[in-house]
Write a new protein. Structure first.
Lengths: 290, 299
């Protein structure tokens, strides 16, 4: 069993060496179509991160009535914190709010001296949980907080958030649609490239069947070869993508690359597409005759 | 129909086999049995159905009707997973050699053993032995493309028999070769046969094979036209023994005959009227006529 396994791996690399030309062409074709896929995935990855960052900044401002005293503030703090949707709250007193305001005004801070009393209310900055940072959940949370005694107003940029989430939804669907086409065409191109290598060795396959090789004996070297080609093509396309990213960064400095984890997953997926493509192409040949 | 048809000694049993390609009948109700260790020529013009029959014996084609039995494998009950195991019991040689172009001579023969997971020590030893037998050990590292047709066919034959199959099928193995090389290949096939492997060889050339004294099965238009049996079954060396034995027996019969004549002549002198009765009364006479009948049937 082990002896056969070693022989099959040797077989795979023997054929790769023997058919360098076909292997190279097939790896180049695969690399280019994977580059197309990788560009798409990277764009999606950046888009999602952009959306994520925008949402992470989402905060809810809860302004309190001036009549609420210290104990009322503490009660409200407890009540808001106990809500499911809430991650945390920070109390901003009217004094520190005015200080912040003064800092923001910079040179015009003198204007504030004209005020007789501090017009700013006490407030809570409420951070919702990440998964609740959508317009529907936030509207619900805002409604609940408004119900509490001593709350004057709740603000969370509703208009912006509504518009933003509808744009994100639209982009998301377009992305999904384009992604489907890109993935399908990558799989199509790769399986065709693999099929070419299989067709090139049809005669060998026929001979192996005649001398009594099992289907597994015939397919394993091809599957190993497909996996190798897929992995190699993934690495080539990632290197190309890195180059593209560096170029584009001159215009979009914030453009990020895949994390190590995603790079690994991408390579793994390509290895699998290569080996499954080989297997699928071979199955048709092995069915011939019987 | 069942495989009870097959007698104990037959390694290939073909029963009422028909194969239709579209409207064309490639084989029509062919029955044939090849005994263990037998050498059979399958003769017929191109398109007679020889290759179709061969392909159905190594089960690369399924019959339209009828049944093929090879050892314990029955075409009608064959599972796809059993096919490789059948192929290891049946060596096949083709007109176009079918060698793996991307491997050297050694690996072309070795592949038959590697697919069975043989140890590399055994592979080396056995392949070297066989390449020596077919006289190609010195070319073991060469690519098949650099060999002559006869040499390529010898490599193919070595590959076919390296696993000691019970049956060797040869489909026009000499079709691409000139007469001298053809003889060399035939001699190799006879040698393989004399070691106990049943050989079924298809050829369109009746002239070439008629004088070997082997069984010749004629296919014509997909039907079995004639089965020229010599009446003797066995490998070539057995056959030679049998011929020797037969010659001695004929010699004995001749002696008996001349002695009977002498006795008859003597009796005629004593009593001319009693000649027929005396001849019948001779104790050796029935044995004599019996033996000559048998001899006639066997011709």
């Amino acid at each position: 069993m082990i002896r056969k396994g070693i022989f099959l791996v040797q077989e795979a690399f023997r054929t790769i060496r023997r058919h360098k030309g076909v292997t190279s062409i097939s790896v180049i074709i695969m690399s280019l179509s994977l580059l197309m896929l990788a560009v798409f995935l990277l764009a999606t990855d950046n888009l999602l991160r952009l959306v994520d960052n925008a949402q992470r900044d989402t905060k809810m401002y809860v302004y309190l009535e001036d009549t609420v005293g210290q104990s009322g503030i503490e009660t409200l703090h407890r009540e808001i914190l106990s809500m499911d949707e809430v991650e945390g709250t920070i109390f901003v007193s009217k004094v520190s709010a005015l200080e912040d305001f003064r800092l923001q005004l910079e040179d015009d801070a003198d204007l504030l001296d004209a005020l007789e009393a501090n017009p700013l209310p006490n407030a809570f900055w409420v951070t919702p949980r990440d998964e609740r940072k959508n317009s529907k959940d936030l509207a619900y949370l805002a409604g609940n907080i408004m119900q509490l005694e001593g709350v004057e107003e709740v603000r969370y940029g509703k208009e912006f958030l509504d518009k933003f989430s509808s744009i994100v939804t639209a982009v998301y669907y377009v992305d999904l649609f384009v992604g489907l086409i890109v993935i399908l065409s990558a799989i199509f191109i790769i399986s065709n490239a693999v099929r070419l290598t299989v067709i090139g060795r049809r005669k060998s396959i026929e001979i192996l069947r005649l001398v009594g090789a099992t289907n597994r004996f015939i397919t394993m070297p091809f599957i190993i070869e497909g996996a190798f080609q897929g992995g190699l093509a993934a690495l080539v396309s990632l290197i190309l993508l890195m180059g593209v990213t560096i170029l584009v960064r001159q215009f979009v400095p914030d453009l990020g690359f895949f994390s190590a984890e995603k790079t690994f997953l991408f390579t793994l997926a390509c290895v699998m597409i290569g080996s499954i493509g080989s297997f699928a192409a071979l199955r048709r040949f092995l069915r011939v005759g019987r | 129909m069942n495989d009870k048809h097959q007698d104990d000694r037959s390694v290939i049993g073909v029963y009422h086999l028909s194969k239709k390609y579209g409207d064309r009948m490639a084989l029509d109700d062919v029955s044939l049995s090849v005994a263990n260790g037998e050498f059979v020529f399958l003769v017929g013009p191109s398109g007679a159905g020889k290759s179709t029959l061969m392909r159905m014996i190594y089960m690369d084609e399924t019959p339209t009707s009828g049944q093929v039995v090879v050892g314990k494998y029955v075409s009608t009950r064959m599972k796809r997973s059993q096919l490789p195991h059948l192929r290891r019991k049946v060596g096949v040689v083709f007109q176009d050699f079918k060698l793996l172009e991307d491997r050297d001579v050694f690996e072309n023969v070795a592949i038959s053993m590697r697919i069975r997971g043989a140890r590399s020590f055994d592979v080396k030893r056995q392949v070297a032995h066989l390449l020596n037998q077919v006289g190609l050990y010195h070319k073991r590292n060469e690519s098949p493309a650099s060999l002559s047709g006869g040499e390529q066919q010898r490599v193919a034959i070595a590959r076919a028999v390296v696993g000691s199959p019970a049956i060797l099928l040869a489909d026009e193995p000499t079709g691409n070769l000139d007469p001298e090389v053809t003889e060399e290949i035939l001699r190799l096939l006879f040698r393989i046969n004399s070691a106990g492997t049943a050989v079924l060889m298809a050829t369109h050339n009746h002239e070439m094979v008629r004088n070997f004294g082997q069984r010749i099965v004629h296919l014509r238009d997909g039907t079995l036209h004639e089965d020229e049996r010599t009446g003797l079954v066995g490998n070539l060396s057995d056959r030679l023994d049998t011929l020797q034995h037969e010659r001695e027996r004929l010699h004995r019969i001749e002696n008996e005959l001349s002695r009977a004549r002498k006795v008859a002549a003597a009796t005629t002198i004593a009593s001319p009227a009693a000649v027929p009765g005396t001849a019948v009364a001779t104790p050796d006479a029935p044995a004599l006529s019996d033996a000559s009948d048998k001899g006639g049937a066997e011709e």
